[in-house]
Design a protein around this ligand. Structure first.
Ligand SMILES: Nc1ncnc2c1ncn2[C@@H]1O[C@H](COP(=O)(O)OP(=O)(O)O)[C@@H](O)[C@H]1O
Ligand SMILES: [Mg+2]
Length: 251
């Protein structure tokens, strides 16, 4: 496998509660990996170790390694801001910044001084709104506050904002769970379209969504990775009894 992310002997703790237990997995480049498993099994925790978001929560600690392109992102001299630029996170609910639609997308590009002039910023904002499938709905009101959008539109705006800083990896933590079915379909469609260019990792608790999106699957239970592998193999022929039980809906 051409692994983009490799996890070695990873343990994670909230104070003295262990949420991840000796996780060893590899995630393929430019495919969609879906992390699934029952509520509380550690999916969000695992995802947040991929861009060092976990340490934003108090009293968390980890041991082990997360390698992106072979480089451990927890090494001493790593620039955390750079890691989070390379590895973007689409949260469970959209959190637009308290500014206009336009500024939401331009914000990260400004911070990283990614463009040279206003015209370049304008072009890029339009481009990423198009990629996120939102441009036509907002092109006449780019200066309106982002909060004037529906939840589904806000989530696509957050996708555009995340893409604008040119990440290599997109993480999504149940990115459609707060959305209506049509908006969910929109986001799923975008993710499927983006996998040619990006490595995508999605947490979901719905098996149907996992089946629609996954090229590669990680099944977790109580802080452990029970099984991981190509989606076809895991769905059609799971190696572990616990995976089979989950797939058969025994949870
Ligand atoms: N901020 C926190 N403080 C203490 N325990 C937490 C915190 N967040 C999550 N946990 C615990 O860690 C475990 C894994 O949680 P999480 O990664 O959120 O699971 P999932 O996303 O699969 O539902 C759960 O037992 C949960 O109660
Ligand atoms: Mg979660």
């Amino acid at each position: 496998m051409d692994a983009h992310i490799q996890i070695k002997n990873l343990n994670a703790y909230y104070d003295d509660i262990q949420a991840l237990k000796d996780v060893n997995i590899e995630l393929p480049r430019k495919q969609i990996t879906v992390i699934m498993g029952p509520s509380g099994c550690g999916k969000t925790t695992l995802l947040k170790t991929f861009n060092r978001f976990l340490e934003l929560t108090d009293k968390t600690s980890i041991t082990g390694e997360v390698l992106i392109d072979g480089q451990n992102i927890y090494e001493r001299d790593i620039d955390v801001t750079e890691v989070r630029k390379r590895v973007g996170l689409l949260a469970q609910r959209p959190f637009p910044l308290p500014m206009s639609i336009y500024e939401n997308v331009a914000y990260g590009m400004h911070i990283h001084r990614m463009k040279n002039n206003r015209n370049e910023y304008r072009k890029a904002v339009r481009h990423y709104l198009e990629v996120a499938g939102l441009y036509d709905e907002v092109k006449t009101r780019l200066t309106n506050p982002a909060t004037s959008l529906s939840i589904g539109q806000q989530q696509r705006l957050c996708l555009a904002r995340g893409l604008a800083v040119e990440p290599e990896i997109i993480l999504g933590d149940e990115p459609t769970s707060a959305l209506d079915p049509v908006s969910s379909q929109h986001i799923e469609g975008r993710l499927l379209g983006l996998k040619e260019q990006y490595t995508i990792v999605i947490v979901t608790h719905t098996l149907r969504q996992a089946k629609r999106l996954a090229d590669y699957v990680i099944y977790m239970y109580m802080g452990e990775v029970v099984e991981s592998g190509p989606a076809k193999e895991v769905f059609n022929n799971p190696k572990q009894e616990r995976t089979r039980a989950y797939l058969e809906g025994q949870f």
